[in-house]
Design a protein around this ligand. Structure first.
Ligand code: SAH
Length: 248
């Protein structure tokens, strides 16, 4: 999957995406990430990418020319999204949509703003949409771009081994948060792992896991339970059969 990123700090995105699973996905060709420096497409001696806002006011605005020139030179995969607090809220469903562009051999692109944002003509005439990573204001789109790329890349088939379960993973098709996990030692400071996980009874363990996912979701995100249309009679019985693990 090809992903192009446009930024005045391309090394931020390139560096983050060179480590760990993202680095591996790039090495083995699953992720073809290209980070473009908007400053390379400036024409003045100061290589300026920003200018004062028409109408006055605080801060600077990113100029349209270097952005258009950079995007036109790179011919990046579309859709091209501007990262912006005013965009569509990024979530797991959108990560799945973007990961699906992998199957069509496509990809997508991200434009990172800085300062007060970009000249609106970029929004109107260059990008295909805007993505927000949440109701918070960052100083630039680079961290947001890394967040989007990481969430999408781990969904590319093969990028994570068999680690991604589209059903049970949080925000997966079960509509639940994932259950709590434990690893060795079985007893840590007197806090024991639930006995059932050591029983070897895999059918029972699966039922326990579903019950814990339900308990946890009901506790911290009841809105997710509502969104999936509540819980079935069978799930009610599971909740009774397996009490919740302790939470603080
Ligand atoms: N003046 C703008 C904020 C600009 S922040 C406003 O009030 O809405 C500078 C840049 O950071 C933005 O252009 C955008 O690319 C990035 N950014 C900030 N917050 C973001 C968010 N929640 N999601 C995605 N990108 C964000």
């Amino acid at each position: 999957m090809r992903v192009d990123v446009f930024s005045i700090f391309p090394a931020l995105v390139d560096g983050f995406c060179s480590e760990s699973l993202l680095g591996k996905a790039r090495e083995n060709g699953l992720l073809d990430l290209r980070c473009h420096d908007l400053r390379e497409h400036t024409t003045d001696v100061h290589r300026s990418v920003d200018d004062a806002p028409f109408g006055g006011g605080a801060g600077m605005v990113m100029r349209a020319e270097p952005i258009f020139a950079s995007v036109e030179a790179a011919a990046p995969p579309r859709p091209l999204f501007l990262l912006s607090p005013g965009g569509r809220r990024f979530d797991q469903a959108m990560a799945r949509e973007l990961a699906a562009t992998h199957e069509t051999g496509g990809g997508f692109s991200l434009l990172c703003g800085r300062y007060e944002g970009v000249d609106h003509r970029v929004v109107e005439h260059l990008v295909d949409g805007e993505i927000s990573i949440g109701d918070v204001v960052l100083s630039g789109g680079e961290v947001a771009a890394c967040l989007v790329i990481e969430a999408v890349a781990r969904l590319i088939p093969g990028a994570m081994g068999n680690d991604v379960s589209p059903v049970t993973e949080s925000f997966g098709t079960s509509g639940l948060l994932e259950e709590p996990h434990y690893t060795r030692p079985a007893d840590f400071r007197g806090w024991a792992v639930p006995e059932i996980l050591r029983s070897g009874d895999h059918a029972r363990i699966e039922r326990w896991r579903l019950a814990q996912a339900l308990h946890r979701t009901l506790r911290v995100r009841p809105d997710l339970i509502d969104a999936r249309g509540g819980r079935s009679d069978q799930e009610e019985r599971l909740l009774e059969e397996f009490p919740a693990v302790p939470y603080p």
